[in-house]
Write a protein that binds this ligand. Structure first.
Ligand SMILES: [Zn+2]
Ligand SMILES: [Zn+2]
Length: 374
């Protein structure tokens, strides 16, 4: 079968021919991969910044955002039947008995760092014709989401963040009642998304769906398909080339939530200075090597203490976030059908993967497909 793999030793990215997978345990499920999304992580792996093959292999099959169809379910994987659509999660637990997170199925909170990640760290990914996976790592997808379910994994970043934001909000004004429906939890609160890439846009959609008055702030000058999308979901786009952070804060009023989706340290630091009273600042971007910036930590500490602020970093996602992502994709589809049709920029054969990954991304999400849609 075909797969797209990176060879860190010889610094190559190419389509390879590999032996197809077989069910190796009774709880495994054999999957035919339908869609595999590409993102900044794939670009960094294919630029050899990170990405580790499994022990003993010279290559790593990439791909972590995916949608698959069940071909065969093992005898202990009765939850699934041939024809079911599934989205696999990415991170797999570390082996240490002492890791409370991994031992309780929360490897996205792993303490040791010895986890593996499919398509990223010491485990082959999903950009292949077929994959075998344990049923506990699979999330069942309703057939109605066939066209967009490949967005579930990137959307889990926002969903895991929202889960934590809601926990924090239950402990502080405006005292979120846990019974509040998901689409009313942000009512009366403002959210500022930094960045207009896929993570920022999906984050803005999730925040708007949760009822936050949502703003998206980035360099890009409108109009563009991405800034148009922000308007189409009822959020407000503001360009950093036209409006400074202090002016933006004046427009918004108390900024209750900032969702950072750029991975740019200077931009994040500037934003932290306009975070409102009782505000929560969520960091999701992972900066590479960047220029040293001057900061005024005393002032930042003073503001954070005197304003009861929360700084929250979040990575990866657990089963709850996948379930929320699939539920939200269904809401997006009903609420903004025209927007949802533009989210997938195109579907391309695996041979084009290396160029697409390393080139400039067009549209919101570019997808590699081994099996054209039925
Ligand atoms: Zn990704
Ligand atoms: Zn662990």
């Amino acid at each position: 079968m075909k797969a797209v793999a990176v060879f860190p030793g010889s610094r190559e990215v190419k389509v390879v021919e590999r032996e197809g997978p077989r069910l190796a345990a009774p709880d495994q499920v054999l999957l035919r991969m339908l869609d595999i999304g590409i993102c900044g992580t794939d670009k960094e792996i294919c630029s050899f910044e990170y990405g580790t093959p499994p022990p003993g292999d010279d290559h790593l099959v990439i791909g972590h955002e995916s949608l698959a169809e069940v071909v065969e379910a093992g005898p202990a994987a009765g939850r699934f039947a041939p024809g079911d659509l599934v989205v696999p999660s990415v991170r797999r637990p570390c082996p240490h008995p002492s890791c409370l997170s991994c031992r309780s199925g929360h490897q996205d909170y792993c303490y040791t760092g010895d986890f593996t990640e499919r398509g990223i760290k010491e485990a082959h990914g999903f950009m292949a014709e077929s994959v075998a996976e344990h049923e506990r790592y699979l999330n069942l997808v309703p057939p109605d989401l066939r066209e967009i379910a490949v967005l579930a994994e990137p959307l889990t970043i926002a969903e895991k963040a929202l889960e934590q934001i809601f926990w924090v909000m239950r402990r502080r004004p405006p005292w979120l009642d846990p019974e509040t429906p998901r689409d009313e939890r942000g009512r009366g609160l403002s959210a500022l998304v930094l960045g207009v890439g896929p993570v920022g846009l999906l984050g803005a959609m999730a925040l708007a769906t949760a009822g936050f008055t949502t703003y998206v702030y980035s360099r890009e000058l409108p109009p563009s398909p991405r800034t148009d999308l922000v308007g189409a979901i009822g959020a407000t786009y503001v360009s950093s080339q036209a409006t400074t952070f202090p002016d933006l804060a004046e427009t918004i009023g108390n900024i209750d939530l900032i969702y950072e989706a750029v991975g740019h340290s200077h931009f994040a630091l500037e934003a932290l200075r306009v975070l409102g009273t009782n505000g929560i600042f969520v960091l999701t971007g992972v900066p590479g090597l960047q220029a040293f910036v001057e900061a005024d930590p005393a002032r930042l500490m003073r503001e954070m203490v005197l304003r009861n602020q929360v700084l929250l970093g979040t990575v990866n996602a657990g089963p709850g976030a996948f379930a929320d992502a699939l539920a939200d994709l269904d809401l997006f589809r009903r609420r903004w059908p025209a927007v949802v049709r533009t989210l997938i920029a195109g579907r391309y054969p695996p041979e084009q993967a290396p160029d697409l990954i390393l080139g400039r991304p067009a549209g919101i999400k570019t997808v590699i497909t081994f099996n054209a849609p039925a």
